[in-house]
Design a protein around this ligand. Structure first.
Ligand SMILES: [Fe+2]
Ligand SMILES: [Fe+2]
Length: 268
């Protein structure tokens, strides 16, 4: 039996300034589903960062980075609360079944640092970097709606979460050859997983109406483009700067995606 994420009392105490445009039932359903999905994803992100803490301890990274990891756990829980607040303000019910929480890969055959970097790159340099680009794009459609303020406050944190990974690699650079190889060997899987996971969450429906977009519903087609652009113009060159074979890995990842192997990975 899956747990229920219930943020009703947190949502009630979260003050949203301003009023949302009136929505018809279809728009309302789409918007509520969007914010409920966000609420759940943010909540789950907390356990991802929490999972990185023991790995980071084993890899003996500088203390300040451990502190930051712990803070990010709190940030994500707070994002879930904010999303619940918007959902409540829209008249929705901030409760949802919690999907099964998956543990981070342990990478038992890699060194402690190689294992940590594999996961930090996947979480921070990939997922969070894409999140920043997507949220930034969505905010443009929000106009002056109350959702803009909430997404803006979340965006500030997501920028830090993305920077965390890039800063950590920079701190540890130059990476030793064995660590670079351990990390490099995982990049195709991490990139394929990123794409499969994001596409799973993007709406295949046509762009939302202007009113629904102002309440936070997103345009899946546009998000798709942003996902690929971010990989090709930010993530791949960013990793290449540290001598990681990201360009070749991206080719490999596309092969994995075409073969359907990546989809099987996310379902596993
Ligand atoms: Fe978040
Ligand atoms: Fe985040």
């Amino acid at each position: 039996v899956s747990a229920i994420l219930d943020l009703r009392s947190e949502a009630e105490s979260f003050v949203i300034e301003g009023t949302f445009p009136a929505l018809d039932p279809r728009e309302r359903a789409l918007v509520e589903e969007t914010w409920r999905g966000r609420m759940v994803n943010e909540h789950i992100s907390a356990q991802v960062f929490a999972g990185l803490v023991p790995q980071a301890m084993r890899a003996a990274i500088p203390h300040a980075f451990l502190v930051e990891l712990a803070e990010m756990v709190g940030d994500e829980l707070d994002h879930a609360r904010r999303c619940a607040g918007v959902l409540h303000a829209l008249g929705g019910d901030p409760r949802a079944p919690l999907p099964e929480l998956r543990k981070l890969p342990e990478h038992a055959t890699a060194s402690p640092l190689g294992a940590l970097l594999r996961n930090v790159i996947s979480v921070s340099c990939m997922s969070e970097t894409v999140a920043v680009a997507l949220i930034q794009a969505e905010r443009i459609d929000l106009g002056g709606s109350p959702a803009a303020k909430v997404l803006g406050s979340i965006l500030g944190d997501e920028v830090r979460h993305a920077r965390f990974g890039w800063k950590l690699i920079e701190e540890l650079a130059p990476l030793s050859n064995p660590v670079r190889e351990e990390v490099g060997a995982y990049l195709p899987v991490a990139l394929a997983h990123l794409v499969a996971h994001e596409l799973d969450h993007l709406s295949p429906a046509p762009p939302p109406t202007k009113r629904a977009a102002q309440c936070g519903a997103c345009d899946g087609q546009n998000a798709r483009l942003i996902l690929f652009q971010t990989i090709e113009t930010v993530i791949v060159p960013g990793l290449e700067r540290f001598g990681l074979p990201a360009r070749g890995s991206w080719q490999e990842a596309r092969k994995l995606l075409r073969s359907g192997a990546a989809r099987a990975m996310t379902a596993a």
